[in-house]
Design a protein around this ligand. Structure first.
Ligand code: OSB
Ligand code: MG
Length: 369
């Protein structure tokens, strides 16, 4: 696989509804998509960095520069045996996993297309034909709005509800959700909004029998989570603090959580995501696929990833229409009435690109050759 050229495109895409976490509210996304050109074929990836460095240190502008000035130049002109060679070629770039991972995923897509395989087969997935889906529901302006949204998503068939929490939008809100929906699979994601000083408040959540509590403590902490987990009945799920398979090994060894959310970008691409998946599988720690408000390319890559065997819990990968009035792929990602997404059998990530629409929402383009 000779990599001839890498093109970055930045897209401006308004969300159909704002998305609020404990760290910020987003109305519109600035998304970078990556095209890797090779001998007349192209592979596509998406860089999942947010608009601000609040989820992790990455953000669109920085990711653009890292991809253009550090990742792409290390790959362009090289002849690769296969996509596993991308990670070692960019690994000495410290951090910036999303920028590295978006390009890495594009090379996997390219390889799948060259081999005429669906991406899920290329990465060794395919344990299931349909992936189980949940939804992530942001902090709302009122509890009434949250209840209405949950009702809507349950009616659409989604298998579990994740609600975002923060101090002041937690115990009382979850209590009202539980009163209205006593039997649903419910979980909460704090995005690092608490510290060990909040142990009593977090213990109070046990009464709501949540499936899990996601990343309650600092984005870069494992040790405090290990201290918190034995004090809670609710399983802790780690997100932000797991950036590599090695972190997962350490977290599991310390007992910092019982579940891990795997995000392709956060860990730097498919190679590392697969390693992390395997570490968790060996330790009997179930995983699920997280999301970063992706457009269609990132969404499709997540679907492929979630066909690996240990992705046994419903993930945050959901229908395009929950986020976009029009997605950049055709067809859009859709769910079945039982809250699953079917994997696709076309070569590569399995959906067609809507090039006209991509051009329409592109705000800048640069190529490295
Ligand atoms: O913590 O999982 C998170 C979105 C942006 C940043 C962080 C997170 C999220 C989500 C959204 O929960 C999941 C999705 O893409 O549907
Ligand atoms: Mg999370």
């Amino acid at each position: 696989m000779k990599l001839d050229r890498i093109t970055l495109r930045q897209l401006k895409m308004p969300l159909v509804h704002f998305f609020e976490t404990s760290f910020s509210r987003t109305y519109s996304r600035d998304i970078i998509i990556v095209e890797v050109h090779s001998e007349g074929l192209s592979g596509w990836g998406e860089i999942t960095a947010g608009e601000n460095p609040f989820y992790n240190e990455e953000w669109t502008q920085a990711a653009w520069m890292i991809a253009r000035d550090y990742v792409a130049p290390r790959l362009v002109g090289k002849s690769l045996g296969d996509a596993t060679e991308v990670d070692p070629l960019t690994r000495h770039i410290r951090g910036h996993n999303m920028a590295r991972g978006g390009v890495e995923a594009a090379v996997w897509d390219l390889q799948a297309r060259r081999n005429g395989n669906p991406l899920w087969k290329e990465i060794g997935g395919g344990a299931r034909e349909e992936i189980p889906c949940g939804v992530s529901i942001g902090i709302q302006d009122s509890v009434a709005q949250l209840l209405e949204k949950i009702d809507l998503e349950l009616n659409a068939g989604y298998q579990r509800i994740k609600m975002k929490i923060k101090p002041g939008w937690d115990i009382d809100v979850i209590r009202q959700v539980r009163e209205r929906f006593p039997n649903i699979r419910l979980m909460a994601d704090a995005n690092s909004a608490y510290t060990l000083a909040d142990v009593e408040r977090l213990k109070a959540l046990d009464e709501f029998y949540l499936m899990m509590l996601e990343q309650p403590l600092s984005h870069d902490d494992i040790i405090d989570h290990a201290q918190l987990q034995p004090k809670l009945q609710t399983p802790i799920c780690l997100d932000e603090c797991i950036r590599s398979a090695h972190h997962a090994e350490q977290a599991i060894r310390l007992g910092a959580g019982r579940i891990i959310n795997i995000k392709l970008g956060r860990v730097g691409g498919f190679s590392e995501a697969i390693k992390l998946h395997n570490v968790c599988q060996a330790a009997k720690i179930p995983v699920w696929c997280g999301g970063m408000l992706e457009a269609g390319i990132g969404r499709a890559h997540n679907i492929a990833l979630a066909t690996l065997p240990n992705f046994t819990l419903p993930g945050d990968v959901s229908a395009s229409k929950r986020y976009w009035s029009r997605d950049i792929i055709v067809p859009e990602v859709e769910t079945t009435p039982i809250g699953t997404i079917r994997r696709r059998d076309e070569p590569g990530f399995g959906y067609a690109l809507d090039h006209d629409f991509i051009n329409h929402v592109t705000t800048r383009t640069e190529s490295v050759s």
